[in-house]
Structures are given as C-alpha cells and as structure tokens.
Design a protein around this ligand. Structure first.
Ligand SMILES: [Fe+2]
Length: 182
C-alpha cells in the first residue's frame, strides 16, 4: 500500500499550508463599506485572511475547506467582521468550527431576523443554507474559524447589500453593545 503525506496541513496554532492552499487578504480599503462609520485605520491594514483548499470544480459533491483569520480591530468602535453572505444555492449548508480567539457568528434568515452564536475554541456551528452568515471578532486576539462547504454553494453578497444584517456589534469601554441596524 502506498502511503503519502497529506497535501495540506493545518497546525491549529498557525494557518493552513500546502501547495494547493489559496490565500485571500481583505484590507481596510476594501472592507470599509461593511462598517457604519469610517475609522482611522490605514487603508492597507489587513482586516482578515481567508485560506482555502478546494478539491475539484464547482459541482455538487465537491468540497472546500477554509480558514478565516480575523484580526482584533475596531472601525469607529465597531468590531472587525467579515463581509457576510448567503450562498447562491440556498440548499447548500456549511460548517464553521472555532479554532481560537472568540467572537460571534451572526446569522440572519430571509426575513431579516438576526441573531448570533458564540464562537470559541472547539465550538461547532451548522449553518443552514437559508441563513446569511458573518463572523465578528469581539476579542483581543486573532479569531480563527475553520469552515467546510460545498464547491457549488457560491457566494451571494448582493442579497446582504440589499438587506443588511439586523445588528451591528460595537465595543464601548471593553463591553459589547449590539446596535440595531437602520
Ligand atoms: Fe458560507
């Protein structure tokens, strides 16, 4: 029996590594529109990195594995967060797994009802395909969250632009404050 090394490794104290791993970096200049107000961050500040390992093309049955690393930043008092999305194919669910740090998985149904699950080391989150989802780092260290989803799920950002999440998560004097969206 032939035994080979795994093509990708994920040391939970570091990040995913391997020749098949793609990395995307979201900088403040490309993330500022997510936030209620402009902050004083440098335009090139790295807000989060997304590592992904995709096996096969975007057809049903193929899977992606990902890792999001959200840095502990605030924009005018608002906690750092991912853009958030629905899946283009609402029948495609996703798993998120808390690796380190702490924060929230914000979820919103198609009527705009918004709530959140606490994310911390070891927390596992099943995201129904009919829920929009966004990660928010509420802590003081990097928040790392692994994910597994179908290659055919797609990302529907336009629907979130049209109907934003119902709350914003602010930090005031170290305490979290949930502000209802306009
Ligand atoms: Fe997703």
């Amino acid at each position: 029996m032939k035994v080979v090394k795994a093509p990708v490794t994920f040391d939970i104290h570091s990040v995913m590594e391997g020749s098949d791993v793609a990395v995307g970096t979201k900088r403040y200049k490309d993330a500022k529109s997510f936030f209620a107000k402009e902050g004083d961050l440098d335009e090139n500040t790295v807000m989060y990195d997304v590592y992904s390992y995709t096996k096969g093309d975007a057809k049903r049955g193929n899977l992606n594995w990902g890792l999001t690393v959200l840095h502990p930043l605030c924009v005018a008092g608002e906690c750092n967060m991912t853009r958030g999305h629905w899946h283009e194919d609402r029948d495609c669910a996703e798993f998120y797994f808390g690796v380190s740090g702490k924060g929230l998985l914000m979820l919103m149904d198609e009527e705009g009802n918004t709530w959140a699950e606490e994310v911390s080391e070891g927390s596992l989150h099943h995201i129904d395909g009919h829920l929009a989802h966004r990660l928010i780092n509420t802590g003081d260290e990097d928040m790392k969250v692994a994910a597994c989803w179908g290659c055919d799920a797609g990302h529907d950002y336009a629907a979130v632009d049209a109907m934003p999440f119902g709350y914003r998560v602010m930090k005031e004097k170290g305490k979290l404050v949930f502000v209802r969206g306009e």
